[in-house]
Design a protein. Sequence first.
Length: 252
Amino acid sequence: MRNNEKAGTSDGMLIYGKNSVVGALSAGHPVERVIFESGPEKDDRILSIKELAQRRKVPMEYRVGSWFQKNLGDVPHQGVAADCSRINVLDLNTLLQKLPQETAHRSVVLLDQVTDPHNLGAIIRVVAASGAGGLIVTKDRTSPFSSAAVSASAGTVFALPIATVANLAYAMERLKKEGYWVYGLDVGGGHDYRQERYAKPSAFVVGSEGTGMRELTRKNVDIFVTIPMKAGVESLNVSTALAVVLFRALES
């Protein structure tokens, strides 16, 4: 991309923040250029990004702060951005092939129409940190894998296998045929997540932020689990609830 061309074309996107750029470069994701804010180079992480870019032979540029404001707005860009390809998504068969062979490590998370990019990114970060093998999302009514989602994921989205499916219920049925037990996170009425003996391989379903799981999704869940709450607290953020359950399940 030439200097006078618009950042983040239809074939790619402009990501921002140190974690996002490090994640893209470290994962070998296609990066066209890295843009640094002009100024003193006192930050060790900025220096490490430059070293990564040099090793990958990715062009680097310097721009004044107004360029970041014009192209990114008021996001916390931390003085660095990158033009890169959009997130690569897989089909369900390819995702299943990429999962570890060991049954104990064949765990996935399914999202039933999570529409907020910050929630999507936070969920991706939880899945990556937990050691679960991958993520499955719906093609429709799911937040796009935007620069905001990339930032919320702290760059972990570039290394996590992600599949999109047209029909989540079909994906759940397919997982069951492969020997997976499907657990659904429910606000109330499910088994206490601390008492559950989680089977392997396992899949964990999370509903949308407002309405939860759709009825057809709920019908395909094997076991619902619930996080007991103190009086006066109705629920947790969807990514926080997933973290609580997923880390407990995968360590058992």
